[in-house]
Design a protein around this ligand. Structure first.
Ligand SMILES: [Zn+2]
Length: 182
């Protein structure tokens, strides 16, 4: 989808190219924006995004932990790549009930999500095979070379060499190592 929006009186043009069709653009009044933001979870880089916060949010749901990490009403800004790889690094099976995730595991999820996100930002984001994600200057991101399990189905686990598996959770491709993630 490509959308061109002219902000009133400013002459600004917003070019929106959504590679996965999950994105959208909406114009808010300041009041409506506040209401909308009330329903969002904390962002990874928000100081309120702590291991305790992750634990309290996960306790609210018995859905798969992977699905809850992607739910913007619980956490804002965690994409599919980052949820997959953070669960792999934390050695948590993606289908684990969110309620069953321990406080110690939430500490790991917290640390790995922040590390992965920092690394991705430093690498300029992730450009997939379709080359649709480009940076403002038109160049490609470099984070796709650091994926641990995301889109690596059939390839060996970087830790134990077991073949990475793929399943679908909440309609999204989910990648994991059946040996490392119990
Ligand atoms: Zn493994």
């Amino acid at each position: 989808m490509k959308t061109t929006i002219k902000a009133q009186g400013q002459g600004a043009i917003l070019f929106f190219n959504d590679q996965r069709k999950f994105g959208w653009v909406q114009l808010f009044t300041p009041e409506d924006l506040k209401t909308f933001q009330k329903h969002l979870g904390h962002d990874i880089f928000d100081p309120k995004f702590t291991p305790e916060y992750i634990f309290s949010q996960l306790q609210r749901s018995s859905r798969a932990v992977k699905q809850v990490l992607l739910d913007q009403n619980f956490f804002a800004g965690i994409g599919n790549i980052y949820a997959n790889d953070a669960l792999f690094l934390s050695k948590i099976h993606p289908a684990t009930s969110a309620k069953e995730v321990s406080q110690a595991q939430c500490k790991k999820i917290h640390q790995h999500l922040i590390d992965i996100m920092r690394q991705s930002v430093a690498a300029g984001g992730s450009t997939m095979k379709d080359n649709k994600y480009v940076r403002p200057d038109g160049s490609f991101g470099g984070n796709q070379f650091y994926f641990r399990v995301y889109q690596r189905a059939g390839e060996p686990c970087l830790v134990c060499q077991t073949k990475i598996k793929r399943m679908v959770i909440g309609g999204r491709g989910t990648f994991y190592c059946s040996h490392c993630q119990k």
